[in-house]
Design a protein around this ligand. Structure first.
Ligand code: FES
Ligand SMILES: [Fe+2]
Length: 365
């Protein structure tokens, strides 16, 4: 990861933020879905949802219903939740299912969990040119990193490993066989998804907005370190003495990881927070309308080592509520019609990094 990007970004003529219309124009949302969300890796969730008993997971990515499966050979796959015959949704109930086959509810075509068409009623009624292999479920790229599932709708995007860059090196030791999902919650926020994402990448507001929540963990701004990969940026901060005195830390970590708090921003709508007490938290920001989004919070940890779920939920909710109030206020500012794009402080370089990717994917100047 490079550390020198802030200067180049800040001296660039593009060091101003996106203008208000990018947060208020309803016509932009379908474009963003196609040009951003359908072209890059998206976080889906916990791989533990797919065990040998529970083998089909119906969920959503980029406003699209998808099936994530483990086939009989335990291979992870993802498909559009659409029947190739006449386009019926295949499994309408979202969530986790135990299924031997996927049977379409419309004309009962039967699919294996690897997506192959296996049977059709009244097969003789089809023309001779009908071959099962031409009507497999339409696949979506799907990969697992540690215990986490990602999908990508584009064949052109680089691999998930390339997308995540050096996240793996820094975080792989935070994760162990004991790591478990402890908290899963959703929050609706009255702001554009980019607004909430920008705010979570903003390292300029912590002392002002989070004096009793995040600031006591992250400590003095002079110790903040930024790093940039192509699709990922990082704020690394040494945890404060006070925090360290209250938490056990994993012996398996390197010195730097044992001392530090990693806050990753991952294009396009994801954050990963890693603490040395085994806590890994994902914040995924899903666009709903142009001025509403849904935050999916998942906190993973090691039972009986990391803090208990109730405490983690309370701590995360405390700073997220502070962020929701701020971002909803910013959304009102965008809607006022008077804002045209401010100038960035160095502590806002991660926002510029994200916005440069947004401009690039949307083909903006
Ligand atoms: S639409 Fe699925 S079997 Fe006809
Ligand atoms: Fe914040």
């Amino acid at each position: 990861m490079k550390q020198d990007l802030p200067d180049s970004l800040l001296s660039d003529t593009k060091s101003t933020f996106l203008a208000a219309r990018y947060y208020t124009d309803p016509d932009l949302l379908p474009q963003e879905m196609q040009a951003i969300f359908r072209r890059t890796w998206l976080y889906v969730g916990d791989a533990a949802n797919l065990s040998t008993q529970n083998n089909v997971w119906v969920t959503e990515a980029a406003n699209c219903s998808i099936l994530v499966t483990r086939d009989n050979n335990n291979i992870l796959k993802a498909f559009y939740n659409v029947c190739p015959h006449r386009a019926s949704v295949l499994v309408s109930q979202s969530g986790i299912h135990s299924l031997k086959k996927i049977v379409c509810p419309y004309h009962a075509w039967v699919y294996e969990l690897d997506g192959q068409l296996q049977g059709t009623p009244a097969k003789d009624g089809f023309p001779e040119c009908f071959h099962y292999e031409d009507f497999s479920l339409k696949a979506i790229r799907c990969e697992q990193w540690l215990g986490f599932i990602f999908v990508c709708f584009s064949e052109d995007a680089p691999s998930l490993a390339e997308h995540l860059g050096e996240v793996h090196c820094n975080i792989k030791q935070h994760y162990s066989d004991l790591t478990t999902l402890l908290v899963k919650k959703q929050y609706s926020v009255a702001c554009n998804w980019k607004n909430y994402h920008d705010n979570t990448l903003c390292d300029y507001h912590v002392r002002v907005v989070h004096p009793h929540t995040l600031d006591p963990i992250q400590g003095a701004v002079r110790h903040y370190e930024h790093f940039f990969d192509e699709y990922v940026n990082l704020l690394y901060t040494p945890t404060t003495k006070e925090w360290r005195s209250q938490h056990r830390v994993l012996g398996s970590l390197s010195d730097r990881a044992r001392q530090g708090f990693f806050t990753y921003g991952i294009f396009p709508n994801l954050h990963l927070l890693a603490l040395p007490n085994g806590v890994l938290a994902w914040l995924r920001i899903d666009p709903m309308t142009v001025d509403t989004c849904r935050i999916n919070l998942e906190i993973y940890g090691i039972p009986n080592f990391s803090p208990p779920a109730a405490e983690l939920e309370k701590d995360f909710e405390a700073f997220m509520k502070e962020d929701m109030e701020i971002t909803e206020g910013v959304q009102q500012g965008y809607a006022s019609g008077v804002y045209s794009g401010g100038i960035a402080n160095q502590l806002e370089a991660r926002i510029l990094h994200q916005q440069r990717l947004i401009r690039c994917f949307l083909n903006l100047q």
